[in-house]
Design a protein around this ligand. Structure first.
Ligand code: NAD
Ligand code: SER
Length: 321
């Protein structure tokens, strides 16, 4: 049996912290090397090795892959949609060059598998709004979406040309309480919980009727690991799989939170992120992922909201005591 040694790049981000902790449960703490530009996240401390790494420095990355005998890489470093629009060149450069660095090193070394997430942001205004299919018109209008679309085809290329086992998911907006979101258009759906609990009030940067595809982090982590552990013959998509959790608008999530916090109020002050949100589908058809490797989400809006509020409340009381 091959002894897996995993490198997580971008391990201190919204997904990275939780994915690293879950991978460490499965493979053992010492077999999952966390890395990031930032200082080590508090939740990762003491759970396994941590290295400071800039994924844009290909030589440094190559040295780490050889030195640590890495067999799998999870590449999570990226600039997300909203931040990307403020610095398009940087977003394009980081999002595409980081992937090429990882794929080229995987080709030359003993790296058996690569995971790289794409996003619903690959879709644009000309894609179907409801139940957007796996294969459809893809004309993204954000630099983030363009970089993810290009990345998907680099993954496909390296799989077909060099037989690298690259796997990918098009995550919807992710909602979590352990680590903060990193500059996306869907971040409002995390911020709304913090403001509801801390101030009973939220100013939303999207209009109240803006529907977007979303997913609770435990489902996203499970989807990632289920995809990566599926037998190779079940993987038919080498660009990136559509996956869906739930779809709601700011008005609907606010109403759900109000069931737990009756005095909660929201005002709507849409900004530049409204245009980004309106360019994306409202819901996603993930039947290919369901049929290929058995994907099925567990959380809906009600169960996610209850879990978020319970966990954030216990974090707040732990901080106060
Ligand atoms: P994030 O911004 O929270 O985390 C990214 C991490 O990468 C950060 O800790 C950052 O310090 C690190 N990083 C940035 N530049 C780096 C570099 N040069 N070298 C090493 N590390 C670097 O992002 P996230 O939300 O955790 O997203 C992870 C991946 O999932 C990204 O590819 C993102 O596009 C994708 N994704 C996220 C969402 C979401 O809702 N969070 C949805 C769709 C897709
Ligand atoms: N959550 C991400 C964003 O809003 C979607 O990829 O950028």
């Amino acid at each position: 049996m091959i002894k897996e040694k995993i490198l997580v790049i971008g391990a201190c981000g919204q997904i990275g912290v939780e994915l690293t902790l879950e991978l460490r449960k499965i493979y053992g703490g010492s077999n999952v090397v966390a890395s990031d530009l930032r200082a080590e996240n508090e939740l990762l401390k003491g759970t396994g090795p941590y290295v400071s790494l800039d994924v844009m420095n290909k030589e440094m990355l190559h040295v780490q892959v050889i030195r640590q005998n890495i067999t799998q890489i999870y590449l999570l470093a990226a600039i997300l949609s909203a931040t990307g629009e403020k610095n398009p060149n940087l977003a394009w450069h980081l999002n595409t060059q980081s992937l090429l660095n990882v794929l080229e090193i995987a080709k030359d070394e003993n790296v058996r598998k690569v995971y790289w997430p794409s996003s619903i942001a690959v879709f644009g205004p000309t894609s179907p709004k409801i139940n957007c299919p796996q294969k459809t018109v893809i004309e993204p209008t954000t630099v983030y979406g363009i970089s993810k679309f290009a990345g998907e085809f680099w993954c496909n290329y390296f799989n077909h040309r060099y037989d690298i086992d690259v796997r990918s998911l098009r995550y919807p907006g992710l909602i979590s309480y352990k680590s903060e979101p990193g500059g996306g258009t869907t971040d409002y759906a995390v911020e709304i919980f913090h403001d509801a609990l801390e101030e009973d009030h939220f100013t939303c940067f999207l209009k109240e009727d803006t529907y977007l595809p979303m997913m609770y982090m435990p489902d996203a982590i499970r989807a990632t690991i289920e995809l990566m552990e599926s037998p190779v013959e079940k993987i038919s998509v080498r660009t990136s799989y559509n996956i869906h959790g739930m779809s709601f608008s700011p008005k609907e999530i606010a109403a759900e939170i109000k069931k737990h916090i009756p005095g909660f109020t929201v005002i709507y002050e849409p900004d530049y992120r409204q245009q980004i949100a309106e360019s994306w589908p409202q819901s996603i058809d993930d039947s290919v992922a369901r049929n290929n490797w058995g994907w099925k989400p567990k959380y809906d809006l009600a169960t996610m909201t209850t879990d978020m509020i319970e966990n954030l409340k216990s974090e707040m009381s732990a901080r106060e005591s």
